[in-house]
Design a protein around this ligand. Structure first.
Ligand code: LLP
Length: 432
C-alpha cells in the first residue's frame, strides 16, 4: 500500500492523483483533503487478515476519528460497521448506510435520550451498547424496559494494562485508574446482572487498551485477557447469548518516526490467539479509527509570513491548533512538506523553520521542520486524516477548515468554510 501523498515529475504534491496546489486554488486554506480510494484500500487490506465467512468479523470504524459522510460511506461500502460514542455519531453512521446491526456504541456517560435512540433503531436496536460500568447496566435496562424491547449489550472489560511510555497518557484507556470499562473485580457482578435481565441480551465482550499502539504486544495482551475472561464465564455456563468478541482499536500509523505494524499485523495476532483459546465460533470485531484514515488525509495551509529574529526562524501559516490540535494536546509531530518542490533544489537552499499557527497560544506550534529557505507559498501537514477535523474548533474567531474529498483521481466533493461574517454575526447576536 503506497503511503499517500506522492509527487509528480515537476515536484507537485499529489493526493489520490489530485494536485494539491489545485485544491488550494479551488478551496482556499486551511483545507483538509482526503483520499477516499486510499481509505477504502486500507479497509480492504485489514479485512484480508480477519476471519473469512459470513458474520465472522466486523471492522467497526471508530467514527470519532473522522465523521465526514464520504469517508463513512466509503468504509461502509467496504463492509465496515461503526463504533460510535454519541447519538450524533450514531445518526451519521445510519445516514451513511450502516445498518443498526453493524453498530456498537461505547462511551462512559451515555445520556438517556441517546440510549433511547440506540435501543429504538431498526428491528432489534443497534448491535451492542457497550457497557462501561456496573451502574450503566441498570440504566440501559431501564431504557429497554421503557421502550418495551430487549437491548443488545456488550461489556467493555478493562484489562488493566499499563502502557507506560508506549503511548501518550491522554489516550491510554485500559488501566484501573481510567474511567473506561468494567474492572476485573466487577466483572462477575456485571455478567450476572446482564445475563439475568429479561431486558438485556449480552451479545458481546469487548476491550480497548489505548490508541496509537507502537507494537502489537499490548493489543494482543488485552485480547488475551478478554478471551480468557470469556472462556472462564463460558466454562461456568454463562454468556450463552454471546456472538462476538471485540478487541478494540488503537492501531498505529507511521507519523514519520519509523515503520509501525500494519493494521493487518494486529489483526493476524488476535485471530491466532482467538483460535488458540477455542473461541473461533465467535465473530471477531475490531474498532480502528486512526489507522483507516490518518495517512490518507492532509491539512493544506498557506504561508502567511516568516519571522526571523536572532536565531529564531518562525514560519507562520494560516492553519492553527484550532484546525489540528494534536501537536498542542499530545505533543504530536506531523510532517510538513511544501506543496511545490521542483527537482534540482540543493540541500543548501533548505533551513529549519519553526512552524507556528495564528492562534494566540504558545502551544499553537507544529514543531521544527526542514523546508526551503525561501518559504514555500503553501504546505501540507501530513497524516492528518484522523482526529483533525473532528477535534477542530472556532477558537480565536476562526472558521472550521474546508474539506475536499478525492476519488478516482478527481475532487469528488467538498464542504465550504463558514465565512468570518457569519461567525461574527452569530456571536454578536448570541442570546438575542
Ligand atoms: N474504540 C474505543 C473504545 C476508543 O476509545 C477508541 C479511541 C477507538 C476505538 C479508536 O482508536 P484508534 O484506532 O483511532 O486509535 N484524539 C486522539 C485519539 C483518541 C482516541 C480515543 N479513543 C489522537 O488524536 O491521537
Amino acid at each position: 500500500m503506497p503511503m499517500s501523498p506522492t509527487r509528480d515529475l515537476t515536484g507537485s504534491l499529489l493526493l489520490g492523483g489530485v494536485r494539491l496546489s489545485d485544491v488550494v486554488l479551488a478551496a482556499g486554506t486551511p483545507t483538509y483533503v482526503y483520499d477516499l480510494d486510499g481509505i477504502a484500500g486500507q479497509a480492504r487490506s485489514l479485512r484480508s487478515a480477519l476471519p473469512a465467512g459470513p458474520n465472522a468479523h466486523l471492522i467497526a470504524y471508530s467514527i470519532k476519528a473522522n465523521a465526514a459522510g464520504p469517508i463513512v460511506r466509503a468504509l461502509a461500502g467496504e463492509g465496515c460497521g461503526a463504533d460510535v460514542v454519541s447519538g450524533a455519531e450514531l445518526r451519521v453512521a445510519l445516514a451513511c448506510g450502516i445498518t443498526p446491526d453493524r453498530i456498537v456504541y461505547s462511551g462512559v456517560a451515555k445520556q438517556d435520550d441517546e440510549l433511547d435512540f440506540a435501543v429504538a433503531c431498526g428491528d432489534r436496536g443497534i448491535g451492542a451498547v457497550q457497557i462501561e460500568s456496573i451502574e450503566e447496566i441498570a440504566r440501559v435496562e431501564a431504557r429497554a424496559r421503557a421502550a418495551g424491547r430487549r437491548a443488545r449489550i456488550g461489556i467493555r472489560v478493562n484489562p488493566n494494562i499499563d502502557l507506560g511510555d508506549a503511548t501518550h497518557a491522554h489516550i491510554s484507556t485500559g488501566h484501573d485508574d481510567a474511567k473506561f470499562g468494567v474492572r476485573k473485580i466487577d466483572l462477575d457482578r456485571a455478567v450476572q446482572l446482564a445475563d439475568g435481565s429479561p431486558w438485556l441480551e449480552l451479545t458481546g465482550m469487548t476491550t480497548h487498551v489505548g490508541s496509537k499502539l507502537p507494537t502489537v504486544e499490548p493489543y494482543l495482551e488485552a485480547a488475551r485477557i478478554l478471551f480468557r475472561t470469556v472462556r472462564r464465564f463460558r466454562e461456568a455456563g454463562e454468556l450463552r447469548a454471546l456472538t462476538f468478541v471485540n478487541t478494540g482499536g488503537g492501531f498505529s500509523v507511521d507519523y514519520g518516526g519509523g515503520p509501525v505494524p500494519r493494521p493487518a499485523d494486529f489483526a493476524r495476532a488476535v485471530v491466532a490467539e482467538q483460535r488458540a483459546q477455542g473461541l473461533g465460533d465467535l465473530a471477531l470485531y475490531v474498532e480502528p479509527g486512526r489507522a483507516l484514515v490518518a495517512p490518507f488525509g492532509v491539512l493544506l495551509a498557506r504561508v502567511i509570513q516568516p519571522k526571523v529574529t536572532g536565531s529564531a526562524r518562525f514560519l507562520m501559516i494560516d492553519a492553527g491548533m484550532n484546525d489540528l490540535i494534536r501537536p498542542a494536546l499530545y505533543q504530536a509531530r506531523h510532517r510538513i512538506v511544501p506543496l511545490e518542490d521542483p527537482p534540482g533544489r540543493d540541500g543548501a537552499a533548505e533551513s529549519v523553520w519553526h512552524v507556528v499557527g495564528p492562534v494566540c497560544e504558545s502551544s499553537d506550534d507544529f514543531g521544527k521542520h526542514t523546508l526551503p529557505r525561501d518559504p514555500p507559498a503553501s504546505v501540507a501537514i501530513l497524516d492528518a486524516g484522523a482526529y483533525g477535523f473532528t477535534m477542530a474548533s472556532k477558537y480565536n474567531g476562526r472558521q472550521l477548515p474546508a474539506e475536499v474529498f478525492v476519488r478516482g483521481g478527481v475532487m469528488a466533493g467538498r464542504t465550504e468554510r463558514e465565512s468570518a461574517e457569519t461567525w461574527a454575526r452569530k456571536r454578536a447576536m448570541a442570546g438575542r
